[in-house]
Design a protein around this ligand. Structure first.
Ligand code: SAM
Length: 200
C-alpha cells in the first residue's frame, strides 16, 4: 500500500477492536510498507528519550509497540528493561521476534486487567496518538503509571495535537523538547515531556 492509502485505511477503523484486527491483518507487511517514510521516527524518538534518562536499567514502556521498531532502537541505545504494550497480537508476535523486550502486554492502557502495572521511568509512543487509536483518555491513564520526574516521548500529527491539550496543559507536564518531522503533508511532531511533580 502507498502511505496515503494505509494512513487513511488504518485511521478509519471504527473502534479499538477493529483497529486491532486491521493491525493484525497488516502486521506482516507493516515494516515494508512504512519503512521508507517512518524509518527515522522510532530511532529519533528513542534518541530523545535517552537524552533525558541516563540509567539504562530504567523501566520503559513502549506504548503501541507494534512490530518493535522502537524497542530495537531503545535496545541499540543500551536500554534493557523495555515493556511493550499493544492491542494487536499480530504486531506483538513480530515484536517478540526482535528479542529486545523484557515483557509484552496485549491490551491498552485503560484495560482493567492492566491496572497493576509497575510505575515506569519512561514512556515512548510513536504513531499511536492519532485518529481512532489513542487520545487524551489514554494519555491520562499513562499519567497514572509514570514515576514523578518520569519522561514521556511521543509523536503526534500536527492536526491531532489539540486533542491532547486537555492533558498536556495540566501543570503536571512540562515540555522539554520538540522536533518537527515533515514526513506527511500534516507534519509529525515529536514531543518530550517531564512529569514534573508527584502524581496521585
Ligand atoms: C502506527 S503503529 C506504530 C507502531 C510502532 N510504535 C512504530 O513506530 O512502528 C501503531 C500501533 O499502536 C497500536 N495501538 C493503537 N492504539 C492503541 C491503543 N489504544 N492501545 C495500545 N496500542 C494501540 C496499534 O495496534 C499499532 O501496533
Amino acid at each position: 500500500m502507498e502511505p496515503k492509502e494505509w494512513l487513511k485505511w488504518i485511521c478509519s477503523s471504527r473502534d479499538l477492536d477493529e483497529l486491532g484486527k486491521n493491525y493484525d491483518q497488516w502486521s506482516d507487511k507493516y515494516e515494508a510498507d512504512v519503512s521508507q517514510l517512518w524509518e527515522a521516527v522510532p530511532r529519533t524518538a528513542a534518541l530523545m528519550l535517552s537524552k533525558y534518562i541516563d540509567d539504562k536499567q530504567s523501566l520503559i514502556l513502549d506504548f503501541g509497540a507494534g512490530t518493535g521498531l522502537v524497542g530495537v532502537a531503545l535496545a541499540a541505545l543500551g536500554f534493557e528493561q523495555i515493556v511493550g504494550m499493544d492491542i494487536s497480537p499480530g504486531m506483538l508476535t513480530i515484536a517478540e521476534e526482535k528479542g529486545v523486550y523484557s515483557s509484552l502486554i496485549c491490551g491498552s492502557i485503560g484495560d482493567e486487567q492492566l491496572r497493576n502495572l509497575d510505575q515506569v521511568s519512561g514512556i515512548i509512543a510513536t504513531g499511536v496518538f492519532a485518529e481512532n487509536h489513542a487520545g487524551s483518555a489514554e494519555l491520562s491513564k499513562l499519567q497514572e503509571i509514570i514515576k514523578p520526574e518520569g519522561i514521556l516521548v511521543f509523536t503526534v500529527r500536527q492536526s491531532f495535537l489539540p486533542e491532547l491539550y486537555e492533558v498536556l496543559n495540566q501543570p503536571e507536564w512540562t515540555l522539554l523538547d520538540s522536533q518537527v518531522m515533515p514526513i506527511y503533508d500534516d507534519p509529525i511532531q515529536l514531543l518530550g515531556y517531564k512529569a514534573s511533580k508527584p502524581l496521585n
